[in-house]
Write a protein that binds this ligand. Structure first.
Ligand SMILES: [Zn+2]
Length: 387
């Protein structure tokens, strides 16, 4: 057991009073908080926080690091992924996946929301060092989506069988994105489990709303380029989010990913319609793909609940929650670190339904404890995992 303190301690919600000392068991379980321990206290420079939560990742794409050039825009990026993703041996993919997993651990991540189209990540899930919620993506824009859904259901079943023996593994079937999932496939996802945690790539490009509003533009070109017949699709005259929300039950907890082009009305309608909404920003991926960022200030003004993710190594240089927070800080310097750390810890844990075990320093829990250095400097801050 040890007594530790630092210049400042953030418990996942807020800064703790200066001089607070944590009593921690050797396995990282927090025993108690003290304000009066004088001897034998280990002092760390910088900031102590709970372990980070990466709410959006694609470990199965780790082998695609550096393959797609930067700032092509979303549509060319999306065309590159299926084109190159299978140009690798199983051994190469496995090695990259494990490296990505180790990178998450090294960067202080304790839980990850991980997108899966196939069962490749069963091996890293089995390492059991991270909490993993696998979001099994259903993808398909067709009138008859039974086959597409069956494929996702098979992947889901394999993950569910594995999770039966673990406290750290969960999974749900989710829609990939509004432009890649038909109305009927949305309904099948909804019917599968109306309480399931949903994550969806949302409003990542302007073209997505253009397709829903007017049925034209780059998304339609993308579909036609893939020989997808979209005759059945009727534009709703509303944004994508305002359209597909009506196709899903409000009983689902939601994590909207990216939100680069989300409007004030979208935020307000989601809040009014849904019971549990988190908005996940992946700023480094947004800069990589579109060179654009969401209007973070608007979300703050609306008291929207924000968490962060890294997206995949196909659209990022690293898998680091701290690097994402630092990018937000660089573009929105008035957002304080107290808020940013909450986004990277407690809010992410709530979004992944893990707040009882991760995301905050609480007695009896084992949330991981990180030491952050240099958050008040103008350089990229550092993270070291203490427990
Ligand atoms: Zn993604």
């Amino acid at each position: 057991m040890s007594f530790i303190t630092a210049d400042r301690i953030h418990d996942g919600h807020k800064w703790l009073p200066l001089g607070t000392v944590l009593e921690v068991a050797d396995d990282g379980t927090i025993i108690a908080f003290h304000s009066d321990v004088k001897d034998g206290v280990i002092f760390y420079e910088g900031v102590l926080t709970p372990g980070f939560i990466n709410a959006h990742c694609h470990l199965e794409l780790s082998h695609m690091k550096g393959v797609v050039p930067e700032q092509t825009g979303l549509i060319p990026f999306l065309q590159s992924i299926p084109k190159y993703r299978n140009d690798y041996s199983e051994e190469q993919k496995k090695e990259a996946r494990h490296k990505g997993y180790e990178e998450l651990l090294k960067n202080g991540v304790v839980a990850v929301g991980d997108i899966a189209n196939v069962t490749d990540t069963i091996d890293v899930r089995g390492l059991d060092k991270l909490h993993v919620h696998s979001f099994v993506e259903a993808i398909g824009f067709a009138e008859n989506p039974e086959k597409q859904f069956a494929r996702s259901a098979d992947v889901y079943a394999a993950f569910a069988a594995q999770a039966a023996g673990s406290k750290k593994l969960r999974q749900s079937i989710v829609p990939h994105a509004p432009y890649s999932v038909s109305f009927r496939l949305f309904r099948m996802i909804d019917d599968h489990d109306k309480q399931a945690l949903i994550s969806i790539h949302n409003q990542e490009s302007r073209a997505e709303d253009e397709y829903y509003l007017l049925k034209k533009g780059p998304v339609q070109s993308l579909l036609h380029g893939m020989n997808i017949d979209d005759d059945f699709f009727q534009p709703s005259g509303k944004t994508s989010l305002q359209t597909y929300l009506e196709w899903l039950s409000p009983t689902h907890p939601f994590i909207f990913i990216h939100n680069t082009y989300t409007s004030l009305t979208d935020i307000q309608l989601a809040k009014a319609y849904l019971q549990d909404v988190y908005w996940c920003f992946c700023p480094n991926a947004n800069l990589y793909i579109e060179n654009a960022l969401p209007d973070v200030d608007m979300f703050v003004r609306e008291h929207a609940k924000v968490c962060v993710g890294t997206d995949s190594l196909a659209s990022n240089h690293q898998l680091s929650v701290l690097a994402e927070l630092y990018t937000i800080k660089q573009h929105y310097p008035h957002i304080d670190w107290e808020t940013l750390i909450t986004w990277g810890t407690y809010n992410g844990a709530c979004a992944l339904q893990l707040a009882d075990v991760a995301g905050s320093l609480q007695a009896g829990a084992q949330p991981g404890i990180l030491q952050l250095g240099g958050i008040d400097s103008n350089e990229q801050p550092t993270v070291k995992r203490l427990f």
